[in-house]
Design a protein around this ligand. Structure first.
Ligand SMILES: Cc1cc2nc3c(=O)[nH]c(=O)nc-3n(C[C@H](O)[C@H](O)[C@H](O)COP(=O)(O)O)c2cc1C
Ligand SMILES: *[C@@H]1O[C@H](CO)[C@@H](O)[C@H](O)[C@H]1NC(C)=O
Ligand SMILES: *[C@@H]1O[C@H](CO)[C@@H](O)[C@H](O)[C@H]1NC(C)=O
Ligand SMILES: *[C@@H]1O[C@H](CO)[C@@H](O)[C@H](O)[C@H]1NC(C)=O
Ligand SMILES: *[C@@H]1O[C@H](CO)[C@@H](O)[C@H](O)[C@H]1NC(C)=O
Ligand SMILES: *[C@@H]1O[C@H](CO)[C@@H](O)[C@H](O)[C@H]1NC(C)=O
Ligand SMILES: *[C@@H]1O[C@H](CO)[C@@H](O)[C@H](O)[C@H]1NC(C)=O
Length: 402
């Protein structure tokens, strides 16, 4: 008679093996390895697959992983702490020990997986032929051709298409402004550093360079735990910052004529405070799962705000990012009232092909949104509503404000 612990171990092992057989989540199995005739890209193989063979947005990650050194790839890929390593036995614990636990996902992985818990409700026999002409939107009154944008990233390299350059971008604020296409609207991301005078310099440079808004990253109160990054000894940003508070937000507003968008809002309470402090837009983000492992995914945060304070979506413009890889991910966020959606890593990986890669990604995402909206029976992307979604699987997980 096997002991209880032996049984439990066998179950856990079985689950682990099932999980191992599952295709790697970042790069779902759409036949890329069969097509290219290689099983797995050896990291640092140095070969860059032809851009024409990139068919889907996750292919850029496959290409980047093969092309970059492990150290360089890891800088982009890293999340906080446990990242994607969902312990196999969490699924089995409810059966074996009878604990009622929620299946917990780590932040990085959860960003990718939660969208799949929201199901689409396609309506049929509707005239959707005009849908390609309804992708455009506005952010803070500026026209954009599509409801998605490039999220800010430190060390983004050749950042000529970056819409929200990071303060730690490889190019200076002025260099990025010089490289952007005529008429392209950019927002400048900042961290508030140790001296207000240096913040003033950043504001002045951003204004002079023609940025239309400041994106203030507020989700990094303390330097994060990043195991993957630490392994390759990446230098992290300097965390010698002024205390970031709502009082500081008021002070910053007086230092620039540009609107300041707080990036990294993750709860309904903070969304309400942002509205109270007159934020013209808020940016929902968990920093791509890079700051605090097991923090809520973007879809869960959006539902938390929608359930508890739906007026927020009318009182300010809501932007969001994290884990967006498919047209359906974009549509799910838009349906909840999000105005526009950011992508971080996909743009960074596409940038190894330079502007051609970035342009291809933008085209692919536009095509996906149009096709998905059409098949969903949505004639006008700007008018998609929660009625397009079945949120039941996620509802029990959503926080209720007391
Ligand atoms: C390599 C890298 C660097 C980043 N640097 C910054 C940064 O300097 N400032 C910031 O606000 N967010 C930064 N982010 C977070 C992104 O703006 C964005 O929120 C996140 O990447 C979105 O998740 P996704 O990569 O799953 O699309 C960075 C993300 C990555 C992957
Ligand atoms: C890694 O990144 C550094 C800095 O961006 C760059 O100089 C170097 O060429 C990269 N190496 C590889 C193998 O990708
Ligand atoms: C998209 O562009 C059309 C044509 O210029 C315009 O009528 C419409 O209002 C725009 N939609 C949004 C949401 O800005
Ligand atoms: C934005 O688009 C609208 C039409 O939808 C147009 O009237 C307006 O002039 C455009 N604004 C800018 C700054 O191009
Ligand atoms: C901002 O400026 C306004 C108007 O000059 C002033 O009343 C307010 O006290 C200032 N607030 C801060 C926090 O500096
Ligand atoms: C938001 O605005 C829309 C359009 O004006 C309105 O129909 C809706 O009731 C408002 N929602 C809330 C929660 O205020
Ligand atoms: C799509 O909806 C938006 C927002 O209601 C509206 O401004 C725009 O005119 C609509 N587009 C078409 C083509 O009807």
């Amino acid at each position: 008679m096997p002991s209880f612990s032996t049984l439990a171990f066998s179950f856990a092992l079985l689950a682990y093996q099932c999980q191992a057989a599952r295709p790697f989540l970042n790069e779902p199995d759409t036949g890329i390895t069969t097509f290219l005739g290689t099983d797995t890209p050896a990291e640092a193989s140095g070969a860059l697959m032809p851009l024409d063979d990139i068919i889907a947005i996750p292919d850029f990650e496959f290409a980047a992983r093969a092309y970059m050194s492990s150290a360089n790839y890891s800088y982009y890929r890293t999340g906080a702490a446990g990242e994607f390593s969902m312990p196999a036995f969490t699924i089995l614990i409810p059966f074996i020990v009878g604990y009622k636990i929620l299946i917990g996902f780590q932040a990085y992985r959860s960003n990718l997986e939660t969208y799949n818990k929201v199901k689409l409700r396609p309506r049929v026999l509707r005239d959707i032929t005009g849908v390609p002409y309804t992708l455009n939107t506005t952010i803070l009154g500026y026209n954009f051709s599509a409801p998605f944008f490039i999220s800010p990233a430190a060390k983004a390299g050749k950042a000529n298409a970056v819409a929200e350059p990071s303060l730690f971008a490889t190019l200076s604020i002025n260099e990025i402004a010089a490289a952007k296409a005529a008429g392209q609207v950019t927002f400048q991301q900042i961290y508030v550093r140790s001296k207000l005078s240096s913040v003033q310099t950043d504001f002045d440079e951003a204004e002079a360079a023609g940025s239309k808004a400041i994106v203030w990253s507020v989700d990094n109160a303390w330097g994060p735990t990043r195991s993957r990054s630490a392994r390759w000894t990446h230098s992290e940003n300097d965390y010698d910052y002024l205390p970031s508070t709502w009082e500081l937000y008021e002070t910053l507003k007086n230092m620039t004529s540009l609107p300041i968008i707080p990036k990294g809002i993750q709860t309904v309470e903070d969304a309400l405070l942002a509205v109270e402090h007159g934020a013209p837009a808020i940016f929902i983000s968990n920093h791509g799962g890079r700051q605090l492992d097991t923090s809520q995914s973007t879809m869960e945060i959006i539902m938390e705000i929608y359930n508890n304070a739906p007026q927020v979506f009318n009182q300010t413009e809501v932007l969001a990012d994290c884990g967006v890889r498919y047209g359906t991910d974009v549509l799910k966020l838009l349906a909840m009232g999000v105005k526009a959606v950011g992508m971080g890593r996909p743009f960074m990986y596409s940038n190894i092909y330079g502007a051609d890669g970035v342009a291809r990604l933008i085209d692919m995402m536009k095509d996906e949104i149009i096709a998905d909206a059409g098949n969903l029976g949505i004639a006008n992307v700007s008018e998609i509503s929660p009625a397009a979604l079945n949120l039941n699987a996620l509802q029990p997980l959503i926080y209720t404000m007391s």
